[in-house]
Design a protein around this ligand. Sequence first.
Ligand SMILES: NC(=O)C1=CN([C@@H]2O[C@H](COP(=O)(O)OP(=O)(O)OC[C@H]3O[C@@H](n4cnc5c(N)ncnc54)[C@H](O)[C@@H]3O)[C@@H](O)[C@H]2O)C=CC1
Ligand SMILES: Nc1nc(O)c(N)c(N[C@@H]2O[C@H](COP(=O)(O)O)[C@@H](O)[C@H]2O)n1
Length: 223
Amino acid sequence: MKPYVILNAAMTLDGKIATKTGSSEISGLEDIMRVHKLRKDVDGIMVGINTVLSDNPKLTTHKISSNDSDNPVRVIVDSKARTPHNSNVLNDSAKTIIAISKEAVLDENYLDNVHFLEKYVDVFVSGEYKVDLNELMKYLFKEGIKTLMLEGGSTLNFSMFKEGLIDEINICIAPMVVGGKYSKTLVDGEGFGFMKNAIPLKLKDILHVGEDLVLKYDVLNIK
Ligand SMILES: NC(=O)C1=CN([C@@H]2O[C@H](COP(=O)(O)OP(=O)(O)OC[C@H]3O[C@@H](n4cnc5c(N)ncnc54)[C@H](O)[C@@H]3O)[C@@H](O)[C@H]2O)C=CC1
Ligand SMILES: Nc1nc(O)c(N)c(N[C@@H]2O[C@H](COP(=O)(O)O)[C@@H](O)[C@H]2O)n1
């Protein structure tokens, strides 16, 4: 059993979720409010370690009227236990789970930080060098996370698609173009070699949210 996973992201019309410098303020205010209401409705919210390093996100419902009990459990996919000590995701506004790989506990270069993180958060170990996302989903479900919002970035998004773990996509398209072959797109990773392997989707809703457009899709190849 696994959580129902909703990938939520904001991209420019040309499909970028951040520039090459990591700048990523894309959603308009109304979309931010929509996202924070969605955060309040789900049990968990998950990002990759590069998103933590780049944005230092809070991953709480702080943009809407709410209290700490409304915050979802934060989940960080962090194979080498690189979450910095001063990260906002380590504050006590919400529970945090950091998923690491076996390498992080076997290699003394990473072990000190594992011990540090264990003082503040739940640490879940799976996979040899990279977090095993299937194992992680099973663990989160057992921990009571029945709905999980995936908030990026591009690399984790691809891995989650490849494993067939995403059920739904909510994508905000902002009326802007940024370009750049080194700018992150909605889904990067290694990608598929042939269109016949593309993830099939079904459009289920189109919303005008302020100046932005929000498209909602069901993913048709889930496990
Ligand atoms: N506009 C938007 O909605 C959003 C934009 N972003 C942007 O995305 C950028 C970060 O994206 P990325 O660099 O692609 O990094 P990412 O946030 O997807 O993290 C990827 C890292 O996670 C770790 N990882 C561990 N196990 C993994 C597995 N099984 N599969 C995949 N990754 C695994 C690896 O260290 C990997 O390099 C930032 O610039 C951030 O601002 C991030 C979220 C939302
Ligand atoms: N919905 C949305 N729109 C954007 O324009 C974004 N850049 C993001 N980014 C995601 O939100 C995280 C920041 O969250 P906090 O406000 O600090 O809680 C960021 O790390 C991305 O995951 N999302």
